[in-house]
Design a protein. Structure first.
Length: 377
């Protein structure tokens, strides 16, 4: 008889949610994490009374009422609405693309004028492709211009995307930008989901609630004594890198990563918004996050005399760096497919989350996946 029913490798949202439901089913779990804290990338650090999203901004959004009710049963969520602003050469534009953006870009005030302007530019993009003898966009640049036209592409998409991926838009596949949110209403709410918000008191409250009553160990690297950890439990829930789990037998998967530059400033309000994207190619960072705006509103912003900002720099991943985003190009997708065959044959290992499934995940779908998975176990 093993000591635990489940060894859960990684205390991020997938691991913590799995542990919560397993415990409710009477299972004994041990959660281990190689970082010095629990919570994976949703971990927050409290600085000057502000919950700082240590590994990048996390905004919870979903249209799934079951998922929303579940997370709110652990911790109450606030009413934060994601409304990013784009800064291009000192001019500000609202995101996602909506009537405010079109007014800022062209001075148009009614949907019909905006639609006409976009249609005119889309037609020009299609004509340029046809002149080259092609009917389908060959790369991200062509795809974006067919969707939204030249002006918005050049000011608000091109530089940002090239920084994000470290490659020219003409060298990126068209499928990355198959859809762009375009609205002919004055609405700066980035998400179309029915529910969105941030846990009151930060994400650590959510993680602590999920892991309450469960044995956890931090500063533990599963791979340093793999045999020992595997010997403790009947089943393993693995949320780390799938290629590492299999000893990189089919080669290493690639990732994009993010470098964070954090500053505490002696001002109560630095940029007036939680998220400002810098869309010029020659501004080295992609965006600036001002963390207090996720949880402080109105006068609360000024009651807290300092602010914490983080500049985000998107870079190529190398060994020893934190992997963030899978690179879903043809080469990496083919490598992952080989690992997936091995993973599907496992009877005592469950792979979950963006590193184990080599897939970009928002938070709500991770929780939804666990709910569906655990009900089948």
């Amino acid at each position: 008889m093993k000591q635990y029913d489940y060894l859960i490798v990684g205390s991020g949202l997938f691991g913590a949610t799995f542990a919560y439901f397993a415990r409710k089913q009477g299972k004994k779990c041990l959660v281990i994490d190689k970082r010095p804290h629990l919570g994976g990338n949703v971990y927050c650090e409290n600085i000057e009374g502000i919950n700082v999203h240590k590994y990048g901004a996390h905004i919870f959004h979903t249209s799934n009422k079951e998922v929303w009710d579940f997370v709110n049963s652990i911790v109450e969520f606030n009413r934060y609405t994601n409304s990013p602003v784009a800064n291009y050469k000192g001019k500000l534009y609202n995101l996602p693309f909506n009537m405010n953006t079109f007014y800022q870009m062209w001075g148009v005030t009614i949907p019909e004028e905006a639609q006409a302007k976009i249609n005119e530019q889309k037609a020009a993009a299609v004509a340029r492709m046809n002149a080259d003898g092609v009917t389908e966009p060959r790369n991200l640049e062509e795809q974006a211009q067919v969707l939204i036209g030249k002006d918005i592409y050049e000011k608000l998409i091109k530089g940002y995307t090239e920084k994000q991926w470290g490659r020219k838009c003409t060298n990126l596949p068209a499928f990355i930008i198959k859809r762009l949110p375009v609205r002919f209403v004055f609405d700066n709410n980035y998400f179309n989901d029915k529910y969105q918000g941030i846990p009151v008191g930060g994400y650590n409250k959510l993680v602590d609630g999920l892991l309450g009553g469960i044995e956890t160990k931090t500063n533990v690297d599963f791979f340093e004594d793999r045999n020992y950890w595997e010997s403790l439990a009947d089943k393993i829930v693995f949320t780390g890198k799938i290629d590492e789990f299999y000893g990189y037998c089919f080669g290493k998967l690639n990732y994009r990563t993010v470098r964070f530059e954090q500053e505490t400033l002696d001002t109560p309000n630095y940029q007036g918004n939680a998220v400002v994207n810098y869309t010029e190619r020659n501004v080295p960072y992609t965006r600036v996050i001002e963390h207090k705006h996720f949880e402080m509103f109105g006068q609360e912003v000024y009651n807290c005399p300092k602010t914490v900002i983080t500049k985000e720099y998107s870079t190529e991943w190398h060994d020893g760096m934190e992997p963030y985003y899978p690179v879903n190009d043809a080469v990496n997708t083919a490598i992952y497919a080989k690992y997936k065959v091995l993973a599907d044959d496992e009877t005592n290992v469950i792979f979950g989350g963006r590193l184990a499934e080599y897939k970009y995940y928002d938070m709500a779908p991770v929780i939804e996946k666990v709910i569906n998975l655990i009900s089948g176990h």
